[in-house]
Design a protein around this ligand. Structure first.
Ligand code: FES
Ligand code: FES
Length: 155
């Protein structure tokens, strides 16, 4: 099937099989390997990207479902050498250990920032429930997300 979509601002027009997952399109076809495939069963959140501005688990969607849409991956967040405020916050607050969950955590936290200006710690924890960190670094992840949300609000 032929699909046309935008990925990180770049138009993509490509032929895909009907059962290709969005995460496979991103990683295997477009070589955007910042989006991780951690479980393939919609549980870990490592594959989180934005579709039309909202976070989605790209292992739980077919590529054809993104036809006509705009996808943003972790590679599309920074502006050149300038980290996105959420990436900067994860860096400053040590919100990562091995980094495997980090792209998904960052993309989820950016989505929360777009929805809520000043979420409580409990609300951040609840929002990030679908993102699992196998290093269990949740304390700093939550601190980083809060700082990133505040920085995005201040812009
Ligand atoms: S790889 Fe998509 S939720 Fe784990
Ligand atoms: S930092 Fe290792 S999985 Fe989260």
């Amino acid at each position: 099937m032929r699909i046309a979509l935008e990925v990180n601002g770049r138009p993509i027009d490509t032929e895909v099989s009907p059962n290709l997952l969005l995460v496979e399109l991103l990683r295997d076809h477009l070589r955007l390997t910042g989006t991780h495939n951690g479980c393939d069963t919609s549980q870990c959140g490592a594959c989180t990207v934005h579709l039309n501005g909202s976070s989605v688990k790209s292992c739980a969607m077919l590529a054809v479902e993104a036809d006509g849409g705009c996808v943003l991956t972790i590679e599309g967040l920074a502006q050149g050498d300038q980290l996105h405020p959420m990436q900067q916050a994860f860096h400053e607050h040590h919100g990562l250990q091995c980094g495997f969950c980090t792209p998904g955590m960052v993309m989820s936290a950016v989505d929360l920032a777009q929805r809520q200006v000043n979420p409580s710690e409990a609300e951040i924890r609840e929002w990030l429930e679908g993102n699992i960190c196998r290093c269990t670094g949740y304390q700093n992840i939550v601190k980083a997300a809060a700082a990133g949300i505040a920085a995005m609000g201040a812009k």
